[in-house]
Design a protein around this ligand. Structure first.
Ligand SMILES: [Zn+2]
Length: 155
């Protein structure tokens, strides 16, 4: 019993209903910050499942949507800003980042790859699909990730 659970922190399957179908391709631990705190809004999970479904259909095979960053504490944000700067000072990190826990787990940073080949889905393609299901998408980061959030659901 213990063995089975010793790496079980946030190892929990999440499920979203999409057009009447129960989809479960994400685990809570994918939404962890570096301290293991995890939060994801139901609307964001559903949008991620829809993005994954559309990408799989477009590519014609399994595509993985990989979450590179989700919920952030204020300390997480300050650590990022120390590295990338605040937006009001010309950097990349917003002071009222939608990743903050106060907004309820509405924001994710993602990339997508073809499962078989690990080939990246181009940033612009991923961004375009995200715009179907997220309120706000930014897809011009240098490192190729896409930011997506459902800010109309902000807690
Ligand atoms: Zn982001």
């Amino acid at each position: 019993m213990h063995e089975r659970f010793c790496n079980g922190r946030n190892d929990v399957s999440l499920m979203a209903k999409v057009d009447g179908e129960a989809l479960s391709h994400f685990r809570l631990r994918e939404f962890e910050n570096r301290d293991g705190l995890a939060m994801v809004h139901a609307a964001t999970l559903e949008a991620l499942e829809r993005v994954r479904r559309d990408l799989c259909a477009a590519v014609g095979e399994e595509v993985w949507v990989i979450i590179t960053d989700a919920v952030r504490t204020q300390a997480d944000l300050e650590r990022l800003a120390a590295r990338y700067g605040w937006t009001d000072e010309g950097g990349l990190v917003a002071r009222r980042s939608k990743h903050l826990a106060a907004f309820g787990g509405i924001a994710v940073d993602i990339v997508a790859v073809v499962a078989r080949t690990r080939q990246r889905i181009p940033q612009g393609v991923l961004g375009r699909v995200c715009r179907r299901y997220f309120d706000w998408v930014k897809d011009n980061y240098q490192d190729g990730h896409v930011h997506a959030d459902n800010r109309s659901f902000a807690g």
